[in-house]
Write a protein that binds this ligand. Structure first.
Ligand code: HEM
Length: 446
């Protein structure tokens, strides 16, 4: 999709005005001017997500009556007031993982201990002096898919699905077939992976709270809400599968790109190790996540720069009242498509070679983070509620990996920097097939 849209923008003489484009048979307006994108994000009533979200739920197997109930205002929830269940679920994310005590206790009590356990020398079977070679993609998925899923649903996940990450990857690899509506006989792998994921959640939500042995504010609040709306267990499973994909779908890929960039530049590696060192205790595996997010300017700048280059998520909205954007009239009922990558490669903002990574770009210019051409988390009503959690989890992962191990990209065979698969537009860019890198780990002295 990225290639097709870039080509279409070039064919329109790099015009930034909204233009019509046909994608997989559907007609859309492509919006690529950062100012127009900001306009659309500001007017969430005129450019709405609701009909598209409903379409997705129906396609994902939620019945029509249940989908309708998910969009009816619920008055009895004290905080939610007039919100409907779909908005209430987003509100619950914000209550749970916006900066504050709830987020800190989730990060300290669940997230860091689980990532630390997965990355511990004992778990990896590494004794002092030994070197171990492992796929970087695998270690990122172990820590930031298995670790995060267990933080949300508890360690019972291990019993229901010991390698949740591997099953999730099967779904991620094949989910484009679902999105494109391929017939069943061409989608057997996707259907099997989707079925495995749904079965996991059916099994989980069939357990009593005692049997689960773990409770998470967001999971139990959303479960209660969906049960109150009389969704079936199968529908509850499907809803959680969709949301769990938002929770785990991007952090492991972001960590992969972040660590790959750090390892490919020895000066950058040294400066980041120096920055994170005070935040990690190798003996206890304790991580000071506040220190990491407040006192590591180079890591912070690199994180912002990597996000700029790897967030490809397309944002779709439906025009609910005829509006003018960028001098063009967009008719009610039409759809708009914003590809964040187009903003993030804007020549006026990022200079003549926007595709090149500059680790200290955001350190040199502190205004860039709020520039209209920088929106890795979206903006407006639908801005990502998980951005604070994502940063803390990814920084903790980087600190636990680089703080505990001497780590090298395996240069046997002279691996070039891994290529991204820009054809799959799913949030953070995936690693192209066969582009994983091997890294060798040696335990540092405690
Ligand atoms: C690297 C990590 C992540 C990236 C790059 C990312 C990116 C984004 C973006 C660009 C949007 C806006 C989409 C739109 O406007 O249509 C979004 C929305 C969303 N994100 Fe994230 N996200 C990440 C992590 C997370 C995490 C950890 C969670 C939950 C724990 C999460 C939950 C959500 C949800 C629920 C929405 C929909 C919000 C709404 O519709 O109001 N994300 N994310």
């Amino acid at each position: 999709m990225d290639k097709a849209v870039t080509k279409a923008i070039k064919q329109s003489n790099n015009s930034r005005s909204p233009f019509r484009f046909t994608l997989f048979g559907a007609s859309l307006y492509i919006i690529s001017d950062p100012v127009d994108v900001a306009e659309i994000n500001r007017h969430s009533k005129a450019f709405t997500l609701e009909p598209l979200a409903k379409e997705m739920l129906l396609k994902f197997g939620i019945s029509k009556p249940a989908t309708d109930r998910l969009f009816l205002p619920i008055l009895k929830t004290p905080r939610a007031g007039h919100l409907h269940a779909t908005d209430t679920i987003i509100d619950l994310y914000r209550q749970h993982i916006s900066p504050g005590k709830e987020l800190d206790s989730f990060v300290e009590g669940d997230i860091i201990p689980r990532i630390a356990a997965i990355l511990s020398p004992t778990e990896l079977g590494l004794s002092q002096g030994q070197t171990w070679t492992i796929s970087l993609h695998r270690i990122c998925a172990q820590a930031l898919v298995n670790g995060i899923v267990r933080s949300y649903y508890g360690d019972i996940v291990l019993q229901i699905q010991p390698d949740f990450a591997a099953r999730y990857m099967d779904w991620e690899r094949s989910s484009w077939k679902f999105l494109m509506g391929l017939p069943w006989f061409l989608s057997k792998d996707m259907l099997a992976a989707k079925g495995d994921m749904i079965n996991f959640f059916v099994e989980y939500f069939s357990l009593s709270p005692d049997e689960r042995g773990h409770s998470n504010y967001w999971v139990s609040s959303v479960e209660r809400l969906l049960r109150d709306l009389d969704l079936t267990i199968d529908e509850i499973a499907r809803m959680f599968m969709l949301h769990t994909s938002s929770i785990i779908g991007n952090m492991y890929k972001l960590s992969f790109w972040l660590v790959a960039h750090i390892l490919s530049d020895s000066d950058l590696l040294s400066s980041i190790i120096l920055e994170i060192e005070p935040a990690i205790n190798r003996q206890t595996q304790a991580v000071d996540h506040t220190y990491l997010t407040e006192n590591c300017p180079m890591l912070e700048s690199l994180y912002s720069e990597v996000l700029r280059l790897i967030v490809t998520s397309p944002m779709t909205r439906q025009v609910s009242s005829t509006s003018t954007v960028g001098g063009k009239t967009l008719k009610k009922g039409s759809k708009v498509l914003i590809i964040y990558r187009q903003l993030h490669l804007d020549l006026d903002t990022w200079g003549p070679t926007p595709e090149l990574l500059q680790p200290d770009r955001f350190l040199r210019d502190k205004t860039l983070k709020t520039n209209v051409a920088y929106r890795p988390w979206g903006a407006g009503k639908h801005v990502c509620p998980g951005r604070f959690l994502a940063k803390k989890a990814v920084f903790a992962f980087v600190a636990l990996l680089l703080g505990q191990y001497e780590i090298d990209m395996d240069t046997v065979g002279e691996q070039p920097f891994p290529r991204a698969d820009l054809a799959k537009a799913s949030g953070v860019t995936s690693i192209a097939d066969g582009e994983d890198v091997m890294v060798s780990l040696r335990r540092k002295l405690a």
